[in-house]
Structures are given as structure tokens and as C-alpha cells.
Design a protein around this ligand. Structure first.
Ligand SMILES: NC(=O)c1ccc[n+]([C@@H]2O[C@H](COP(=O)([O-])OP(=O)(O)OC[C@H]3O[C@@H](n4cnc5c(N)ncnc54)[C@H](OP(=O)(O)O)[C@@H]3O)[C@@H](O)[C@H]2O)c1
Length: 249
């Protein structure tokens, strides 16, 4: 039986990953990855019904078994993976005096190392047969800037962008690798910062284009995976409504 090609989307159970998986499902078969099967099933029920989609339930914090689990999943489902979108992420605001080894490890494990191990697995010739064509990491606009209590998180996003650039060179011309750098988007991850109406109003005021949504990121990922982006690799694509170019005093 011929093997079907899928786009693997981590973080597909929520927020940006969920929106991206649903958007991509109109044109591609997708593999929805996350820890929570019930929420992954919810995403699946919103995906385009004309294609077959799969669920890979896995805790990316379990790094030692990550490559093995993904290999088994690919073999059991007799599938190939042509695209990889890493939207799973760990974010905790922690002031410098409260930083811990555990926080750094957890943040880097999910945001950086899991992404690298997935790419390693998907580039195995025998397993994925050279099917991989596209990688998009969901980074953050904090990757190139600074904010109070963001040090561990922003370091991990700068790291994933560094990973992206080296992979773009090493895997070319077969694979294109890019990052999308969103600004603040209201999701489960950031919900706690949207509780104070005054703060929200101040936050939106510095976005020249106003608030964005998961759909804005999904559309960008879809573009980067498409043939329209065939000469784009190794790039950070900032999608933040102009937040980081606004120097209005
Ligand atoms: N929202 C923003 O303002 C914003 C801005 C810039 C960048 N980003 C980035 O965008 C990405 C998506 O964030 P979001 O806002 O959509 O957050 P979200 O709604 O909280 O979604 C996070 C996703 O990550 C998955 N995840 C977390 N830990 C995991 C683990 N150990 N194993 C497997 N999956 C795990 C979660 O799945 P389960 O819970 O099902 O495991 C969930 O699907 C993240 O990389 C984030 O850093 C977000």
C-alpha cells in the first residue's frame, strides 16, 4: 500500500497549534500531537473531513523515548511526514532571582530539544524516505528582544531560532526551515495576562494593527509550507501586528 504524507503539528490540542492544524487540514493530512487525547479529538473533529488525519499522543518532556515513540508511530501507521510544525511550548514568567535549573530544563526540553529530536527522527532515510520538505518552528517575537521575567523563555526562543538557521543550511536544498515569531495572542498559555482589562487595553495600544489571533499565525505557517515560499529558508518571520517595530514613546 502506498504511504500517505502528513504534516506533523505539535501543540495541536490548543491555541496556535490547534488553529494551524485545522487550517492545514484543508490542504494536507495532518498528525495532531499533544498530551491530552480528549482535546486532540476535539481538534480532529474540526479538521477537514476529506482527508485522513492521525493523533500522536505523547508528552514531549519524555525526551529519552521521543525518537523511539515517533519511529513506532510512523511504522505502525505506515505513513511519511513531509512537514513538521513545532507549536508545543512551555512558558512561565519567572524573575531572575527565582530562576532554577528545573525551569530552564523544562523550558528548553519542550521548546528546543524536543523539536531537534523530532527533526533528527524525520530525517532518517530508512524511516521517512526523504519525505521531509518543510519545518516551521513557532518561536516568539521575544526571541530578538527583552522583557522582565522572560529570561528562560526568551533564551529558549532564541535557541530555537539558532537551531532553525543551522538546520536550514544543513538540510538544504531538500528541506526548508523557518520560524514564525508571533506577538501576544490570547490562548490558554497567556490567558492569565488577559484578566486585567486596563492592562489589556495598554497592551493592545502598542500593537499598530491591534490584537491578533491564532488564525493569523496559522495563515503564515500555511504560506511558509506552500510552494509560494519555495525560495524562503532560514528566516524568522515576525507576525506581531507591528508590536516590535513600534517605538512610539
Ligand atoms: N500565545 C502567545 O501569545 C504566544 C506568543 C508567542 C509565541 N507563542 C508560542 O506559540 C506556541 C503555542 O502556544 P499557544 O499560545 O498556542 O499555547 P497553548 O494554547 O497553551 O498550547 C500549548 C500547546 O503545547 C502543548 N504542550 C505543552 N507541553 C507539552 C508537552 N510536555 N508535551 C506535548 N505537548 C505539550 C500543549 O498540549 P497538551 O497540553 O495537550 O500537551 C498545547 O497543545 C508556543 O511555542 C508558544 O511559546 C505563543
Amino acid at each position: 500500500m502506498e504511504q500517505a504524507a502528513y504534516i506533523l503539528v505539535t501543540g495541536a490540542s490548543s491555541g496556535i497549534g490547534k488553529g494551524t492544524a485545522i487550517r492545514l487540514s484543508a490542504d494536507y493530512s495532518v498528525i495532531l500531537a499533544g498530551r491530552d487525547r480528549a482535546r486532540l479529538e476535539e481538534t480532529l473533529s474540526a479538521c477537514d473531513k476529506d482527508r485522513n488525519h492521525l493523533i500522536w499522543e505523547y508528552d514531549l518532556a519524555d525526551l529519552p523515548d521521543l525518537e523511539g515513540s515517533l519511529e513506532r508511530f510512523i511504522l505502525e501507521n505506515n505513513c511519511l511526514i513531509s512537514g513538521f510544525v513545532h507549536s508545543a511550548g512551555y512558558f512561565k514568567m519567572v524573575p531572575v532571582k527565582m530562576l532554577s535549573i528545573a525551569l530552564f530544563q523544562n523550558t528548553f526540553n519542550i521548546n528546543v530539544i524536543a523539536a531537534a529530536l523530532i527533526v533528527k527522527t524525520l530525517t532518517k532515510k530508512k524511516l521517512n524516505q526523504g519525505a521531509l520538505k518543510n519545518i516551521v518552528f513557532i518561536s516568539s517575537n521575544i526571541s530578538n528582544f527583552g522583557a522582565k521575567a522572560f529570561s528562560a523563555y526568551s533564551a529558549s526562543k532564541s535557541a530555537v531560532d539558532g537551531l532553525m538557521r543551522s538546520l536550514a543550511v544543513e538540510l538544504a536544498p531538500a528541506v526548508r526551515v523557518n520560524s514564525v515569531l508571533p506577538g501576544g495572542i490570547r490562548t490558554a498559555m497567556t490567558e492569565h495576562t488577559y484578566q486585567d482589562a486596563e492592562l489589556v487595553a495598554r497592551m493592545y495600544a502598542v500593537y499598530p494593527l491591534g490584537p491578533g489571533s491564532a488564525g493569523d499565525i496559522a495563515g503564515t505557517v500555511r504560506f511558509l509550507i506552500s510552494e509560494d515560499a519555495r525560495w524562503i529558508t532560514g528566516q524568522q518571520l515576525v507576525v506581531d501586528g507591528g508590536r516590535t517595530i513600534n517605538i512610539t514613546g
